[in-house]
Design a protein around this ligand. Structure first.
Ligand code: SF4
Ligand code: SF4
Length: 357
């Protein structure tokens, strides 16, 4: 007997309203203002007079089932059964009763979670997927985040910074990842080494050739087999050829480094969005704790904390003091690698005596 086809399940983004706390649903678009009673807690007041408290706790983004269940159990027992996640992997609990806030915070802390990440703190670091879920990373991302946030925990749970600080990490140079006040990104430092025996079996050569932003890859015959060759003088070591053709081996423990960029800001609330700029390069990609990269991040944060005026974001602070003073104050060495001379960037090529960063 023929089976009836089941109705397909529509995928896509579900309607978010069904998951919202009833007070949020009722006052949607009608919020008057919000306050920050303590780190990790927000209280929103609606024009109707309704209030809702939000308690924010940091999580590790890639959550195991046990941790998710623990977080949900806390929400059912101490909250009102409603949570959502922020784009920086924080979980947020909403309650309409102020008396529930302190027991909820205590339950989270007792279970080992940290509450904070609001206002002028170092928010939870956002990161790409690393070795857990991607085939092209040159470093782990979750590991770097864990090591760094362990050392910055006091900055997450307190309001010590001049303004909010967003940190990001990216595990390749080309795909996901984001702008941050401080971004820790992988940096390849040598052209790919081609495993010619594998190219003809694995790679679609035209797509690899097309991938290269500086046209450094050409088809070639090697030992009588179709393969590829790289013009190493042109190659900018971006790693874009590696995803479509893993035999273009660019990742390696010694030459895949970390770099640190600062001053990126998506927001155009008070000024134009800004691009982050490279301030430290060639940092060893040194698992499991990445001490060298963490030391640079801490140095930048310490200088920013001491020197920036209240409510200056990282990019505002640097714009006020200027890039030369940024390097002086942080003690980071300024090298030739900080000068933008990428041959493809005609518009930003250094063609005058002015130094650009
Ligand atoms: S940043 Fe690159 S390597 Fe990392 S998860 Fe995204 S695409 Fe993969
Ligand atoms: S690393 Fe980038 S620049 Fe170099 S050959 Fe590959 S795609 Fe081209």
């Amino acid at each position: 007997m023929a089976h009836e086809m089941r109705t397909p399940i529509e995928s896509g983004c579900p309607d978010g309203f069904q998951y919202m706390h009833p007070v949020m649903r009722k006052n949607y678009g009608q919020w008057a203002y919000h306050e920050d009673p303590q780190p990790g807690v927000l209280v929103h007041t609606a024009h109707s007079g309704d209030k809702i408290w939000t308690v924010r706790a940091g999580t590790q983004r890639i959550l195991d089932v046990f941790t998710l269940r623990t977080l949900c159990d806390i929400g059912d027992k101490y909250g009102e059964g409603y949570v959502h996640f922020t784009i920086r992997s924080n979980i947020e609990y909403q309650v309409a009763d102020e008396a529930k806030v302190e027991p909820l915070i205590k339950a989270l802390r007792d279970a080992g979670f940290i509450v904070g990440g609001t206002r002028n703190s170092v928010a939870m670091m956002s990161h790409t997927q690393g070795w857990l879920h991607c085939d092209i990373p040159g470093t782990d991302a979750s590991g770097v985040v864990k090591s760094m946030m362990d050392e910055l925990i006091g900055e997450f749970t307190n309001w010590n910074m001049p303004n909010r600080v967003h940190l990001t990490t990216s595990c390749c140079q080309i795909n996901c990842g984001g702008q941050g006040d401080i971004a820790i990104n992988v940096q390849h430092t040598k052209p790919p080494k081609i495993n010619h025996d594998l190219v003809s079996n694995i790679c679609e050569r035209p797509s690899v050739v097309a991938r290269c932003p500086v046209a450094a890859i050409r088809p070639a015959l090697v030992n009588g087999k179709p393969s590829l060759e790289v013009d190493e003088k042109k190659c900018i070591c971006c790693g874009a050829c590696f995803p479509p053709c893993p035999p273009m081996q660019i990742n390696d423990a010694e030459h895949s480094k970390l770099s640190i960029w600062v001053g990126g800001n998506h927001s155009n609330a008070r000024g134009k969005p800004t691009f982050q700029k490279l301030v430290a390069s060639g940092i060893p990609n040194n698992p499991p704790r990445w001490p060298e990269a963490t030391a640079v991040v801490k140095k930048i944060l310490k200088t920013y904390k001491e020197d920036a005026k209240d409510w200056e974001r990282m990019n505002d602070w640097i714009e006020r003091i200027g890039w030369p003073r940024f390097f002086e104050k942080t003690g980071l060495p300024f090298t030739k690698y900080h000068i933008d001379n990428w041959r493809g960037a005609r518009a930003s090529l250094n063609a005058s005596t002015h130094i650009r960063f």
